[in-house]
Structures are given as C-alpha cells and as structure tokens.
Design a protein. Structure first.
Length: 503
C-alpha cells in the first residue's frame, strides 16, 4: 500500500489548502484519492459531491466506501466526465506532479478552481518543458505559496519542501471566479459607519468584475479570429492588453486591479487622519501582499467593520509606537541614539527632547539665520502621530490641528530658534543643531498619557514619581537614582490581524 508516492495529506495542510474557499454545496474532484483524507475533509465541510481517482487497488477499496471513484489512472480521465465540477483539489505524486497538475488544468471546465500541492522544486527549477509550461500557467492564472517541509510530522514523513498552487481556469464561466462578489441583500445600514456608502462599494465591484470579463472577451475574440483565418492565412493573430506599451497578462491585470481597488477603499476611509505612519505601512503591506483576496462586497464590508470596531486597538498601538520612539532618546539608551537626562525610558516626561527635526542647511545659515524649517524625514511623523494618539485620549478632532511641518511653515515669520511657540498640545522650542524641545501645556493631559501607556505596558504608575523628578530637574535639586524595578521585563505588543475570505 505504501508505495514511494503515497503520502497522506495531514489535516493541518488540508486546512491551509482550503482556507478561505467556499466548500459547501460544491462538486470536487480529488485526482489522487489515496485513503481519502482530503475526501473526508471535503464531505465533512459540506461538499455536495466528491469524485476521485486511485490506481492502487487496496487504497481504491477504502476510497470507494467514501466517494465515487471514476477512474484508476487520472491521466486517462477526460474532460467530458468532469464538466460539471466546481473545483479540483489534489496532492499528486511528486514524482510526476507537473504532469498531473497540467492534466488537471487541461481537462478542468472553464472557471474551475485548481488547488494542488507539489514539490517546490517543480516551480523553481525549470529544467523541463512541462515544468516551464506549468510555471507559465501559474504566473498567468494563479499563484503559489512556499509551505516549507510541512510533511515533516505527517503520517508518512518527508523533508521535501512543498508548494501550494492555486489556479483559476480561464474561460467564459465565472460561477466560481466571481462567487461571493455581490451580497445577497443590500445592507443599507452599513452606510451608518460613515466611511463609505453601499452604492460606492457596489459600483467598485461592478467595475472590477466587468473589467475582467472585457479582458477575457478580447482573448476569446483572438481565438475566434484565428479559427476563421487559420485555414488560409497561415499566421497566428492575437489581441493583447498593454500598459505603457508593455503586455499585461490576465492574472497580473487582476492583481493590479485588486491593489488599486483596495488602495481606493483605504483612501476613501481617510485612514491617514486616524492612523500612524507605521500602521499605514502595515496597511500598504496588506494591499501589496494580499492581492489574491478578492475585491468582493463581503470582503470590503468586512474590512470596513474591522476598521470601525478596532479603532481603540489601533490607537493604543499608535500610543505605544510614538511612546517607544520618543523615549528611545533617554540618556542611557543602548541603541546608539543621542540621549538626554530630561527624557525617561519608561515614562514620557513633561518636557522631552527629539533630535534631527530642524537642522539648518548652509543656505539658511547664511541668508535666514533664524528661520526654522522641519527637515524632510520620517522623524516629524512621530510627533504628528503623537498628536493623533492624544486626540484619541482627549476626543479632540485631529482636523483642528496642523502637522508640525505645516504649522512651522505657515508661521515662519514668528517662529525662530531658541524661542518657545505653541503647537497642538505642546510648547515647542527649536535649536539650530536640529533638536526640538516639547513641553505638555496641560499637566493633567500629560498624566493621562502616561497612565494610558502604563496600563498598556502592564506596569504600575506611581503617582507623583515622575512629576517630582521633573520638578527637581527644573529647580536644580539633586535626587537619588530611583529603582527601575517597575520596568516590565518584556514589552507586550498589540496586534491587529486582517483576515478576509479568498475566492
């Protein structure tokens, strides 16, 4: 029974293969049924029917008790016998995985989804024509993921690195490809979140689906044209979608539209006003790396709900981000950064210093000796992020405040080096070497900020401790070093997971 190609698929691997897929009421083909691990999973998940192939007689007897076995040799199976299926899911023999997956793609009906495991080397070491052909199909109509040695703890172990392929068979049938793109009912109440209206979302989805269909129409037109002219013209004609005079493949076209669509959604949600630079980078990473997530109405509203429901969590993360950045400039920091005794490493002092914000260039030193300019770097974002985070604490409208760069630019005639000026929640003073001093204008707000940080980091905040140290520094009074026993051994993190359904 256990021949060289028999490696039953572990449950955790099947879960990865089917993650995000709609399994209920679908008809599946499992071309390498084995003893039925994948078949069992699909039936338990609500599949309408599962067909299978298996050439080992002992395994076939087991498999026939679970599903209909329609062929012994999968490579002999013809397309007319599976024209009604919705999806092919397979763990083919790795000794011929490229041939099996190519055959699956060849006989699959239009619009069918193909999910297959393979030896990762099949996709990365393209020394045969079949491997090159398979890689070309994956690049144009699907994607693949490196699962590593996911069979190292399996029923039959192997250290081979495994790839997971997902391919959407092209064609005029969009039953599988666009399933779930439109909601059954129009949830008008979704507009209550004030971020995006239902009609805007539906229009975006309509445009996306329509664009894919138009793309396929021109490909089909090229095929029909060749069929008409091939008998006497003798040349191969083709239509091609191009961008900036470069050809655009179907799968690349879909990914680009998905990226553009998600970016449009995030822009409409105006997240830049409510999230920090770090969070925006996380969102951009999501858009770039998760372009396989369909641009469906359900997924868009899932994202909208997530944004609304996790506002507090996101702003707590913002508070921790800005706190860690600003307090990194304490006098005994181990990061090689400049430091000052006025800055604490475990609390934000009422007056704190941040470097590299406004160094004078040679031109300004010569012609505008007292003009303050915020330099073009990400460090000013830290202070802007702090204002956003404080607005979350105070319930102030961030729209009422300017960024530090804009505020200094708009008041360039009155803001000079060495002189205090007001900005947002702070009094600020700039120095020519580039450092800026910030002081909370409201001592109560300063206390609330630190209380919130202490709660998030999980250590007690002793009332008056930092205030007393600050007052002593202002008066020149010396104090004995305080114990740092209240500093947490490990900083907890707050994570926001974006998980949407794949089609």
């Amino acid at each position: 029974m256990f021949n060289k190609d028999f490696f039953p698929t572990p449950l955790e691997v099947i879960e990865i293969m089917t993650e995000g897929e709609i399994l209920t009421d679908k008809i599946f083909l499992e071309p390498s049924g084995g003893k039925g691990d994948i078949v069992d999973y699909l039936l338990n998940a609500g599949a309408k029917d599962v067909l299978s192939c298996e050439n080992n007689e002992d395994l076939k007897k087991i498999l026939q008790t679970k599903c209909k076995v329609i062929e012994s040799d999968f490579l002999s199976l013809t397309s007319d016998r599976i024209s009604h299926i919705d999806c092919i899911i397979m763990n083919p023999p790795f000794s011929a995985d490229d041939k099996h997956i190519l055959h699956a793609h060849e006989i699959a009906p239009a619009g069918c989804k193909i999910i297959a495991l393979c030896n990762l080397s099949t996709l990365e070491n393209l020394y045969t024509n079949t491997r090159k052909e398979l890689k070309n199909i994956v690049d144009n109509f699907g994607s693949y993921t490196d699962l590593g040695d996911c069979f190292s703890e399996a029923e039959r172990k192997t250290g081979v690195k495994v790839g997971l392929i997902k391919i959407q068979k092209a064609g005029t049938s969009y039953k599988t490809e666009f399933e779930g793109f439109f909601m059954d009912e129009e949830p008008e109440e979704k507009g209550e979140n004030g971020i995006m209206s239902y009609n805007v979302v539906r229009d975006l989805v309509n445009r996306y689906v329509g664009a894919v269909k138009i793309f396929d129409e021109q490909l089909n037109a090229a095929v029909r044209l060749n069929n008409l002219l091939g008998s006497f013209y003798g040349g191969g004609l083709g239509f091609q979608c191009t961008e900036n005079e470069k050809p655009k493949e179907r799968n690349e076209f879909k990914k680009d539209m998905q990226r553009a669509g998600w970016k449009f959604i995030f822009k409409k949600m105006n997240l830049t006003k409510h999230t920090t630079r770090g969070l925006m980078e996380d969102i951009n990473k999501f858009v770039e790396q998760q372009s396989e997530i369909p641009f469906t109405m359900k997924n868009i509203y899932h994202m909208l709900d997530m944004v609304v429901q996790t506002t507090g969590q996101r702003m707590d993360k913002a508070l921790l981000e800005v706190f860690d950045k600003v307090t990194g400039f304490h006098d005994d920091n181990k990061q090689g950064l400049p430091g000052w005794k006025t800055n604490s490493h475990y609390l934000l002092t009422k007056t704190f210093i941040h470097p590299y914000l406004c160094p004078q260039d040679k031109f300004d030193k010569q012609y505008y000796p007292n003009k303050v300019k915020i330099s073009y770097n990400s460090r000013a974002d830290t202070l802007d992020d702090m204002v956003k985070a404080i607005c979350y604490i105070t319930a102030d409208n961030y729209d009422n405040f300017q960024t530090l760069d804009r505020h200094v630019s708009d008041n360039e005639r009155t803001i000079t080096f060495g002189q205090w000026f007001d900005w947002a929640f702070f009094r600020v003073r700039a120095y020519k070497k580039g450092t800026m001093h910030f002081e909370f204008k409201d001592a109560e707000l300063w206390g609330k900020f630190n209380q919130r940080i202490a709660k998030l980091k999980g250590y007690p905040l002793f009332e008056g401790k930092e205030q007393t140290a600050y007052q002593n520094r202002q008066t020149g009074r010396k104090t004995e070093p305080k114990s740092k026993s209240t500093e947490p051994a490990q900083k907890p993190t707050i994570l926001t997971t974006i998980k949407l359904k794949t089609a």
